[in-house]
Design a protein around this ligand. Structure first.
Ligand code: ATP
Length: 238
């Protein structure tokens, strides 16, 4: 197992009497982008929230490399190398693009390395450099999505969790998100991608977990799953 691998064994998420995830086990290696697909309510978002410590969880193992995530409080998770792009972006609309990005580095000191990371984010998303003094709330939906991803990268994560990054984006912008994910993969980032857009899911990932009623019912190579009639019909509505 590679040093920075995410290892999840027998993950469960329960909200009171509602079981959202049960018995879910998987790994994500550095430089690997793994997709999670499944119908509405299958437990995809809950899986990501559980990794962030934002949903009530149980697990036999929950590790990122040497870090035992089960013992890490939600407010310290970012410091241990996990970046999160939640569904719906959640940028701070009343603050500038630059301030939103700087806030993404809150878990670190604002030093030369943080400034270099900001430059890297501007290079990945030139539109954010152009608009750095604008209020985030004045950006288009697609630009806000870029900002949400850029902000998550400011903490220099080893693992990036992305929840529906293509929602509401034009096909051109979905293509831009794909380009960025491929650059990040090449840099050795591990990624877990929850996505309704089948094209983006299969282009961006090499493996996918298929979730149904809170359980991982299938794991397969994306190249195979994209042609699987049952997967296309049941989980992707194609
Ligand atoms: P979607 O694609 O609709 O976002 P999902 O696969 O991400 O679905 P989750 O959002 O993880 O699914 O939800 C899994 C189950 O847990 C659903 O039955 C949902 O109603 C339930 N659930 C999610 N959040 C809560 C909560 N805070 N309290 C109670 N039940 C919840």
């Amino acid at each position: 197992m590679a040093a920075g691998t995410l290892q999840v064994q027998n993950l469960g998420v329960r909200y009171g009497g509602v079981t959202a995830v049960e018995g879910s086990s998987f790994e994500v290696a550095p430089g690997e982008c793994v997709g999670i697909i499944g119908a509405n309510g299958a437990g995809k978002t809950s899986t990501l929230k559980a990794l962030m410590g934002l949903a009530p969880r149980t697990a036999d193992a929950l590790r990122l490399g040497e870090v035992d995530l089960a013992r890490v409080k939600a407010r310290h998770v970012v410091r241990h190398g996990i970046g999160y792009v939640p569904e719906g972006r959640h940028v701070f609309g009343g603050l500038s693009v630059r301030t939103n990005l700087e806030l993404g580095a809150h878990s670190r000191r604002w030093d030369d390395q943080a400034k270099a990371t900001l430059e890297e984010v501007y290079t990945l998303f030139p539109v954010l450099r152009d608009m750095r003094e604008r209020l985030a709330g004045a950006l288009s939906g697609g630009q806000q999505q870029m900002l949400a991803i850029g902000r998550a990268l400011m903490s220099r994560p080893r693992l990036l969790l992305l929840d529906e990054p293509s929602m509401g984006l034009s096909p051109k912008l979905v293509g831009e998100v794909l380009d960025v994910l491929q650059v990040l993969r090449g840099r050795g980032l591990a990624m877990l991608l929850v996505e309704q857009n089948a094209w983006l899911t299969f282009e961006a990932t090499e493996r996918c977990l298929v979730m149904q009623n809170g359980e991982v019912v299938m794991t397969g190579r994306s190249a195979d799953l994209r042609h699987d009639p049952a997967v296309r019909r049941l989980y992707l509505g194609l």
